[in-house]
Ligand binder design. Structure first.
Ligand SMILES: Nc1ncnc2c1ncn2[C@@H]1O[C@H](COP(=O)(O)OP(=O)(O)O)[C@@H](O)[C@H]1O
Ligand SMILES: [Mg+2]
Length: 343
């Protein structure tokens, strides 16, 4: 099959820890045609959606380590029509560019896109989790999203909790996620001014969330493929930070899913699949769902290290089976059309 990774440029890949690179390498190892393109490289050429792609030349033998694969890969630039690929694997970082989705709308019937455009539209920011409809906070921590600064101040004042989390709707890698304490209320208004109101007069939604006790022991990243967990790890924050993200200094440890976490996956898995969210990373603290990452979930390389696993194989197996289903459906339809034509 031929697969196009729609993601950040090759130069921005971390050759040691990048989940996208692990997926790319596995495709190359299986002899699939692999290209990369970034959202900015999408182009309409004579009314057909194309992209300036970085194509990875086929290798006789794909090196075992990610780093040597990255260093040895021979790349060439080529403009290619997106509908000619079997798969588009979305691995761009948030925020989601709505224009990019408009480009992809034109090929969505021809190409298997993971995650689906509909799913990406619905779940590209933290509102997807915040609005899960869990008013009793059984699986989601108590969450408010608003641009109304007074509303947010009132919620903090009314809350019985001493600590809360404030975060932007669109961040990733822990960026802008801050711990606020009731004892430091004199800062709150200034913080909300900063988070909500931009210099040009426009404004942002912010999330105010119950601080989940135990978060200082780390959070759990679970990767779900087709609604089922395929791997998990604990991320433990450094002594200087409350956030567990690896990019914020968190370290990685093995984690076996608890009964509660398995039940959470069972509960949300069908919704994820129904929304076309086939490959996602969820962040869980104390059994509660903090975030669903659908744009470019990471963790495969770290989980592979701690478990001596090759999780990318499971992901590419799944994608191959989806492509096969699509090809078989196409063949069947061609045969049926022929039967009717010949009648
Ligand atoms: N409600 C919360 N309670 C405790 N810690 C939290 C909460 N929300 C976020 N955090 C901490 O901040 C980190 C980043 O938050 P998250 O919502 O996953 O945003 P990001 O997209 O930046 O990863 C989490 O992994 C966790 O360590
Ligand atoms: Mg997160």
């Amino acid at each position: 099959m031929n697969i196009c990774f729609l993601m950040y440029p090759w130069e921005q890949i971390d050759p040691e820890n990048d989940t996208s690179l692990a997926l790319i390498k596995e495709c190359a190892r299986r002899g699939h045609g692999v290209a990369l393109c970034s959202p900015a490289n999408l182009t309409i050429r004579n009314s057909v959606t194309n992209a300036f792609c970085t194509v990875i030349s086929r290798m006789e033998k794909v090196p075992a380590s990610l780093k040597s694969f990255y260093n040895k890969a021979i790349l060439r630039e080529e403009m290619l029509p997106l509908a000619g690929f079997d798969v588009i694997f979305m691995r761009a970082n948030p925020p989601l560019d709505p224009i990019m989705l408009n480009f992809l709308d034109s090929v969505k019937d021809d190409v298997f896109i993971v995650n689906s455009l509909q799913g990406l539209r619905e779940a590209n920011n933290k509102l997807y989790t915040a609005a899960f409809g869990d008013s009793h906070s059984n699986i989601i921590p108590a969450t408010h999203v608003s641009k109304n600064k007074q509303y947010l101040v009132d919620q903090i004042k009314e809350s019985t909790a001493e600590r809360m989390i404030l975060k932007p709707l669109n961040g990733f890698g822990g960026s802008g996620v801050i711990l606020i304490e009731k004892s430091a209320m004199s800062n709150i208004k200034s913080l909300l001014d900063f988070y909500v109101t931009n210099a040009d007069g426009s404004s942002n939604y912010v999330i105010l969330q119950e601080y989940i006790e135990g978060a200082d022991q780390g959070d759990v990243r679970i990767l779900l493929l087709n609604g089922e967990p395929i791997g998990a790890m604990r991320r433990i924050p450094s002594a200087e930070d409350h956030r567990s993200n690896v990019t914020a200094g968190g370290s990685i440890a093995k984690h076996h899913l608890s009964k509660e976490e398995k039940a959470l996956c069972k509960q949300i898995g069908p919704k994820l699949v129904n929304d076309g969210l086939f490959f996602v990373g969820i962040d869980v603290i104390g059994g509660k769902l903090v975030e669903v990452n659908v744009m470019s979930p990471g963790g495969i390389t770290y989980m592979n290290k701690v478990y001596k696993a090759k999780l990318e194989c499971k992901v590419i197996d799944f994608i191959e089976s989806k492509v096969l289903d699509k090809l078989q459906a196409f063949d069947r339809r061609s045969r049926l059309r022929k039967t009717v034509e010949d009648a």
